[in-house]
Design a protein. Sequence first.
Length: 120
Amino acid sequence: MDSLPEISELEREDYERKKELKAKKEAIEKAIDESSEMILKENLKQMKRVMRRLDLCDKNDVPQLRGKVAAHVSAADEILASELLVSNVLTALGSNEIVALCSCLVFTDTKGDGKLCKEP
């Protein structure tokens, strides 16, 4: 226990190379994260623009009633469903018509391939 075994020059070079590769990997991962953030920020800007055009939020990006309804609706087309609710389209319809209309917004994939089933 009086001394530690000496590391060969080859092992030392391997260790240094490993440190360099690890630093490069971390730099690449950081660049990927920054690129992803930039893409997400651009997508967010576009989504906000669409939401303002559809009157789902105001110019300060505060959600309006339509936007709040769309956020809570879980269907195939949240914006369409919220428009149906907010514009009182459903009040003039009977219960059978409302059910038929709402069923158009729901899609259940029974096969798992995302394609609609063909009629036999």
